[in-house]
Ligand binder design. Structure first.
Ligand SMILES: Nc1ncnc2c1ncn2[C@@H]1O[C@H](COP(=O)(O)OP(=O)(O)OP(=O)(O)O)[C@@H](O)[C@H]1O
Length: 575
């Protein structure tokens, strides 16, 4: 590996990237983005690294949105981390970044990676469906009865078999039902909602989108990070290839005018981060009257304290069809109970809940190791591991933006080619970092939780939790960056006795559920910090989440129909 330090220097617009809207980014203090430490300010003034630190982008140039918005800190920062805190360009200097268009040739559109050796094990995964009158699962793409163009696109994408979440979700969505689906990371949730939505659009004979100042898309897909929403867009573009359905992506950290130009050319499916979406709606470039499908990807994140208020605003926007009039679909690998309760406000009361088990799934495809490593030994241990790993693609998760830069610089000094991604890097740099990692220029990507969810990068063989996240759900999402779609991967986590003991119990549970070795010392800590009644987040032995309505349901191996829960109309009490 060469001694390349791949940090990008700040570009001219670096001061423009983070324009927090005072109405957003308030009061969200969940950890996972605690990209903020007490000494963040020092970094902001360049104290630690000098002016070439990428972390200075956006918020590091003195006149920051935080100071303008009065929040004064980044404690709210999962959202600013996730979205970069973009907002209406009526405040502060304009963001000028225009992302390069993705390649248009068919080969690039359909480029995909191979499913892994464990893909066939998906057939044995248990699936739980709860809710009333669930349509039976399908076993093959043919049974979905999709139109020829969609079938061609599925074949060109290299999909030959359905994954469990697809077997159950596709018929449910085709039947017009609302859905909350919980399936392991990397198991094909994106196609599970895109394919039936596109099938409906084709069936309904959508008219080709054309230039209009106000576009009225049929479908809005929201996701918590810019990179994820871009990835969903690329999938939508792939599956709608050769149809008149036009997908558009808009996200923060890019020039607002660019987003508007994309939209006015025609828009049937809009993939968006919440902040940019609300801005565009406010500018009356998007009308909601025609919305038939509203999709929340990483739905638990979309409904929590960070984005929940924005999502509530979205569904009460003028013109937005009521939940009875639209189809609402929610997908995630984790669905905490309290979030499921919040979700009910968005969904018809007879929504179906699909939980795909972990047996044989991603969690077992990822070999998980937990090492006891104290704060001061972590860097040395990291270098030792990375040297052993060689050039294999590795994501290193740390807790703060500052640390992401610090560790990335440190690794570069150790002659390990590394780049970094986090919410303080301007969008151009984030995309460059991801590209450098994806295309192998830098085999190591140091990231904060901004990269924990949804990112689908080929061949990530290792995830290292340099710092463990504060919640077990975040851990599940992070390690899910490897071991995707039947491929195998490895996750190594540094457990610091000073700070991570609260995770011991849920960690033991996740390791046990995934049939991993549990170190004796970890079990001991878990035992000594035992919380009676602890359920390991929402995790059961087999399912990552269970339907909080507690409808009667049965376990199925994928492909067999389930028995039904009581009709919610017959049985009001779901508790
Ligand atoms: N039926 C299939 N056959 C082959 N490959 C598939 C199939 N379904 C999805 N894939 C591929 O598997 C990978 C993971 O899919 P996707 O990103 O949708 O997972 P996910 O469940 O959304 O993961 P996460 O929870 O991390 O967001 C993608 O590269 C996708 O193209």
């Amino acid at each position: 590996m060469g001694p390349r330090n791949l940090f990008l220097t700040n570009s001219p617009e670096s001061s423009n990237d983070c324009e927090d809207n005072p109405t957003r980014n308030r009061g969200f203090s969940k950890r996972g983005d605690n990209d903020l430490d007490p000494d963040e300010c020092m970094q902001r003034t360049g104290g630690l690294f000098g002016s070439r630190r990428p972390v200075l982008s956006g918020t590091g140039n003195g006149d920051t949105s935080q100071s303008r918005s009065g929040s004064g800190s980044e404690r709210d920062s999962w959202k600013s981390e996730a979205e970069g805190g973009e907002s209406s360009d009526t405040q502060g200097p304009k963001v000028t970044y225009i992302p390069p268009p993705p390649p248009e040739d068919e080969d690039s559109i359909f480029a995909h990676y191979q499913t892994g050796i464990n893909f066939d094990k998906y057939d044995t995964i248990l699936v739980e469906v709860s809710g009333h009158d669930a349509p039976p699962a399908i076993l093959t793409f043919e049974e979905a009865n999709l139109c020829q163009t969609l079938n061609n696109n599925i074949a060109k994408a290299g999909y030959t078999k359905l994954t469990p979440v697809q077997k159950y979700s596709i018929p449910i969505i085709l039947a017009g039902r609302d859905l909350m689906a919980c399936a392991q990371t990397g198991s094909g949730k994106t196609a599970a909602f895109l394919l039936p939505i596109l099938a409906h659009m084709m069936r309904d004979g959508i008219t080709a989108s054309r230039f209009k100042e106000l576009q009225e898309p049929e479908c809005i897909i929201v996701a918590p990070t810019r990179e994820l929403v871009n990835q969903i867009y690329l999938e939508a573009r792939k599956f709608s290839f050769g149809t008149c359905v036009r997908a558009v992506v808009i996200y923060g950290g890019t020039q607002l005018g660019h987003s508007i130009r994309q939209i006015v050319q025609g828009c049937n499916i809009l993939c968006a981060t919440p902040g940019r979406l609300m801005d565009i709606i406010g500018k009356e470039k998007i009308g909601l009257k025609q919305i038939k499908y509203l999709v929340l990807d990483e739905a638990d994140r979309m409904l929590d304290m960070g984005f929940g208020p924005e999502m509530k605003k979205l569904i009460s926007c003028p013109g937005m069809p009521s939940k009875e009039q639209r189809q609402t679909l929610m997908f995630s690998a984790t669905f905490p109970e309290e979030i499921q309760r919040l979700a009910a406000e968005f969904l018809k009361s007879n929504y179906l809940f699909v939980a795909v088990g972990q047996v044989g799934g991603a969690c077992r495809d990822v070999q998980q190791t937990v090492l006891q490593v104290g704060q001061f030994s972590k860097r040395e241990k990291l270098v030792e591991i990375l040297r052993n790993i060689g050039d294999e693609r590795t994501m290193v998760f740390v807790e703060t933006k500052k640390k992401a830069d610090f560790i990335a610089t440190f690794l570069c000094q150790e002659k390990i080619s590394t780049t970094s991604i986090h919410g303080d890097r301007e969008q151009r740099e984030r995309e460059q970092a991801l590209g450098d990692f994806r295309f192998g220029k830098c085999p190591v990507l140091v990231a904060t939780s901004v990269a924990a969810r949804g990112l689908d990068i080929e061949n990530v063989q290792h995830v290292i939790n340099f710092d463990l996240p504060s919640t077990i759900d975040e851990y599940v999402h992070r390690i899910g960056r490897t071991g995707r779609c039947g491929n195998t991967g490895r996750a190594i986590s540094f457990f610091d006795l000073e700070s991570d003991n609260h995770l011991a119990q849920p960690l033991v549970k996740v390791l046990t559920d995934a049939q991993q070795d549990v170190p004796a010392w970890l079990e001991e800590i878990a035992f000594s910090t035992y919380i009676p009644g602890f359920s390991g987040s929402t995790r059961g032995n087999v399912f990552a989440s269970v339907d909080t309505r507690k409808g009667k349901s049965t376990l199925n191996t994928a492909g067999f129909s389930s028995s039904q829960a009581p009709n919610p109309l017959d049985d009001e009490s779901w508790d």
